[in-house]
Design a binder for this molecule. Structure first.
Ligand SMILES: N[C@@H](CCC(=O)N[C@@H](CS)C(=O)NCC(=O)O)C(=O)O
Length: 288
């Protein structure tokens, strides 16, 4: 091959690659801009909650998404749901847009909304300490125990089961996600324990919640508060998204009061739970 032909061929390839990249970039840019414009037109002070699509057994497969949506319902903050861009600026779901501002992380969003809407739970200093400890326990400890089952023991199988329309490329994506999560589990530390030890940790966390809940209807009395959003979300995740896991049996057999508690929060704040599933199910009477 002559040098001029090689030069011509490589210039064509490079031009093609640059043009495809530029087109893709421009397309993504315009798509994002259009979406933001559409979200902005939903109305002032309307929270746009960005989450992954609804699940088969619970309105979301992410406990953090359930937590934040439960909070929006509890606080009666008007919101609309977006499923097109579930991952936010930090690469995690859920996140929100409020009056053009992008806020991320369920806990930070709740704190910020509580500040802006002047929402307080009226807890004593001692209760605030317990609230903090319970929230961190479920968000940062319990969740990792569940992830060991989902991504290591069950190898992501339950993940696809929770979705109605599983996209065809999921059969390649799920092993990749499992590999990524096993890596994360190893670095976080939970992944270094035997599954028997992990079950022990989860049981201790559940026992702590049950112990504090006692015979109260909600964690801090007769009405749910922000901590109930987090605790309910993780219990709902076990009870509806992890039914094949040993954690489901653990909650229902060893801590029936936690099942009753989750049903109570669900009946109070998610009266349309069944209609939100994918596929939507006929609404049933929710027990309190
Ligand atoms: N601290 C975050 C945690 C959110 C989170 O871990 N979300 C998971 C889904 S349950 C996620 O986005 N995972 C994607 C990833 O890690 O790449 C919050 O409270 O919002």
């Amino acid at each position: 091959m002559e040098t001029s032909s090689i030069l011509w061929a490589s210039t064509s390839v490079i031009t093609f690659v640059v043009m495809v990249t530029a087109t893709l970039y421009l397309y993504t840019y315009l798509l994002r801009k259009n979406r933001r414009f559409a979200w902005g037109s939903l109305g002032r002070d309307v929270v746009v909650l960005h989450i992954s699509p609804r699940g088969r057994f619970a309105p979301n497969m992410s406990p953090f998404a359930i937590k934040l949506e439960t909070f929006l319902r509890l606080a009666k903050i008007p919101y609309k749901v977006d499923f097109e861009e579930p991952f936010g600026p930090k690469g995690k779901t859920p996140w929100i847009t409020l009056n053009g501002e992008e806020l991320t992380d369920s806990q930070l969003v709740m704190q910020e909304l509580a500040r802006r809407y002047e929402l307080t739970d009226n807890l004593t200093v001692e209760q605030q300490a317990v609230a903090r400890a319970l929230t961190v326990m479920v968000d940062e400890h319990l969740i990792w125990g569940l992830r060991v089952w989902r991504y290591d023991v069950d190898r992501g199988q339950g993940f696809s089961e929770c979705m109605n329309n599983v996209p065809f490329y999921y059969k390649w994506l799920v092993p990749m996600q499992c590999w990524r999560m096993r890596n994360a589990l190893w670095h976080q530390g939970m992944g270094r324990h035997t599954f028997r030890e992990v079950k022990g940790f989860v049981k201790q966390d559940l026992a702590a919640i049950a112990g504090y809940l006692g015979d109260k209807p909600f964690l801090f009395g007769d009405e749910p508060c922000q901590t109930d959003c987090a605790v309910f979300a993780h219990l709902a995740n076990i009870l509806y998204n992890y039914q094949r896991s040993p954690f489901y049996a653990m909650v229902t057999n060893d801590f029936p009061k936690l099942s009753e508690y989750a049903s109570r929060v669900r009946a109070k704040l998610w009266p349309n739970w069944y209609l939100l599933l994918d596929p939507a199910q006929p609404q049933r009477r929710l027990s309190t």
